[in-house]
Design a protein around this ligand. Sequence first.
Ligand code: IDP
Ligand code: MG
Length: 140
Amino acid sequence: MTETQTTFIMVKPDGVERDLADEIIGRFEGIGLRMLGRRDLTPPLELAQAHYAVHKERPFYPNLIDFITSGPVVAMAWQGEDAIAASRKLIGATNWEDAEPGTIRADYARSIDHNVIHGSDGEDTAAFELGLWFPDGLED
Ligand code: IDP
Ligand code: MG
């Protein structure tokens, strides 16, 4: 059974800096998902902290917050059949060295911390992240 889902995707500052956003958007279109919303912004500190609150006790958290607030990101909502798992598959493993060939991280990331893109990891996370980044809601 497939289910229509909406997931939160973000091209991180390294991806934007390297001008990868359009190419990445093409990959999501290529697997049949539809963009419901897009915001280009440099994440404010409080937003970054809320987004990554689950990692706040991890040793890499301070660097992660510095990185994600270091420049513009492209924050997006994408909808489609099994959008959450389909997106995670397209993105690849957190560590680019473990990412399947052809995934976004395998193709573009060369460090575990600067890994180009974020995607929600489950339904609860997606709902939380979409509410955080799109507080005014989304078109449907
Ligand atoms: P994910 O982005 O694949 O969901 P998470 O485990 O949720 O991975 O970690 C969030 C982000 O934190 C990663 O995308 C990466 O930027 C950073 N990160 C995760 N693990 C490490 C690490 O071991 N060292 C440095 N940065 C890390
Ligand atoms: Mg995660």
